[in-house]
Design a protein around this ligand. Structure first.
Ligand SMILES: C[S@@+](CC[C@H](N)C(=O)[O-])C[C@H]1O[C@@H](n2cnc3c(N)ncnc32)[C@H](O)[C@@H]1O
Length: 270
C-alpha cells in the first residue's frame, strides 16, 4: 500500500497480514515455512553461542521473552532451550495461533497481546529477550529497544536480527522477494525498505539504552545465489511448494551484513 503526503509517496508496511489467517504460521505450504526451517536455524545457533542456557536442574527458573513472537515459531524453540518463556505480539490472530500450537505441542508458554512499545512487564524481569525480524516492522525502534532494556535484568542478554538498509537489501528483500513476480515469495509490503535499520543506527540505539553490542554477524544462504534464484523461480511457477523451497536452503552466518544481520547485546549495570 502507498500513501501520498503532498508531493511525496511512501509505501506503508502491511503489518495487518499478521492478523489474517493465523493458520499460515505453521502450515508447511505457506511462506512462513521458510522462516521456520530456513531462518530459525541460524538464529538459534547464533543465540546458543552467546547465551548461558539453563541446566536441567534450573530449568524453568530463567526467564526469556520474545517480542513480536507472531505464531510462536521461534518462541517454541526458546522454550525448548529450557527457559520459562513468554511471547508477546500485537496481532491477536497470531497470538491465538501461538497459544493453540504450544498447547497441542505440550509446551508451557505464556502468550500476551501487546506491542513492543509498551511491554506489560516489570523492570529487570527477564534474563534474555529475543526480538527477531521485528524491529524493521515497528514505527519507533528507539521506544521498543528502550522497553526491551527496561524489562531485561542487568547483565541480561538481548538477541535480535533485522534488515540492513542498503542497495543490495532493496534489490533482494524488496524487489526479488516481494515485487518481481518471476521470483517473489512474500506478499507486497511485508517489508518496506525505508524502515530497515543500518548496523550503525542499531549500535547507537543500543548504546542509548544501556545495551552493549558484544557480537554482530551477517547471514547468507548456504547455496549459491544462482541456485536460490532457480529455486525461487520454480516456486513462483508452482512447480515447487514452499516446503520444497524451504527445505532447499537455509541461512548461515556470514561476514556480509548487506542484507540482514544478527546481534547479541548485554544490558549494563546501573
Ligand atoms: C516477520 S514476523 C516475525 C515473527 C517472529 N519473531 C518469528 O521470527 O517467527 C513480524 C512480527 O512482528 C510483529 N509486530 C509488528 N509490529 C510490532 C510492534 N510494534 N511490536 C511488537 N511486534 C510487532 C508482527 O505482528 C509479526 O508477528
Amino acid at each position: 500500500m502507498a500513501k501520498t503526503f503532498g508531493t511525496t509517496t511512501v509505501r506503508l508496511i502491511n503489518n495487518d497480514l499478521y492478523e489474517k489467517d493465523g493458520e499460515r504460521w505453521w502450515q508447511e505450504d505457506r511462506s512462513f515455512y521458510t522462516l521456520r526451517v530456513s531462518v530459525n536455524p541460524v538464529r538459534l545457533s547464533f543465540a546458543r553461542k552467546y547465551l548461558q542456557l539453563p541446566q536441567a536442574d534450573d530449568s524453568g527458573q530463567w526467564k526469556a521473552l520474545e517480542v513480536g513472537c507472531g505464531g510462536g515459531l521461534l518462541t517454541e524453540e526458546i522454550a525448548k532451550m529450557g527457559f520459562l518463556t513468554t511471547g508477546i505480539d500485537p496481532a491477536e490472530t497470531s497470538i491465538r495461533t501461538a497459544r493453540t500450537h504450544a498447547k497441542d505441542s505440550g509446551l508451557s508458554i505464556q502468550y500476551d497481546k501487546g506491542g513492543g512499545e509498551h511491554l506489560p512487564y516489570p523492570d529487570n524481569e527477564f534474563d534474555v529477550v529475543f526480538c527477531c525480524d521485528v524491529l524493521e516492522h515497528v514505527k519507533d525502534v528507539g521506544k521498543v529497544v528502550s522497553e526491551i532494556s527496561r524489562v531485561l535484568r542487568p547483565g541480561g542478554s538481548f538477541i535480535f536480527d533485522t534488515f540492513n538498509r542498503t542497495f543490495i537489501s532493496k534489490l533482494v528483500s524488496i524487489k526479488l522477494w516481494q515485487e518481481w513476480k518471476r521470483w517473489a515469495f512474500m506478499e507486497p509490503d511485508t517489508h518496506v525498505w525505508e524502515m530497515f535499520i543500518t548496523p550503525g543506527e542499531m549500535k547507537k540505539i543500543l548504546e542509548r539504552n544501556n545495551l552493549d553490542l558484544r557480537s554482530i554477524s551477517g547471514a547468507k544462504p548456504n547455496i549459491p545465489i544462482i541456485a536460490l534464484l532457480r529455486h525461487l523461480r520454480k516456486r513462483a511457477k508452482g512447480v515447487w511448494t514452499f516446503k520444497k523451497l524451504g527445505d532447499s536452503f537455509h541461512l548461515v552466518e556470514a561476514k556480509d551484513m548487506s542484507i540482514m544481520y544478527l546481534g547479541f547485546a548485554v544490558k549494563g549495570h546501573p
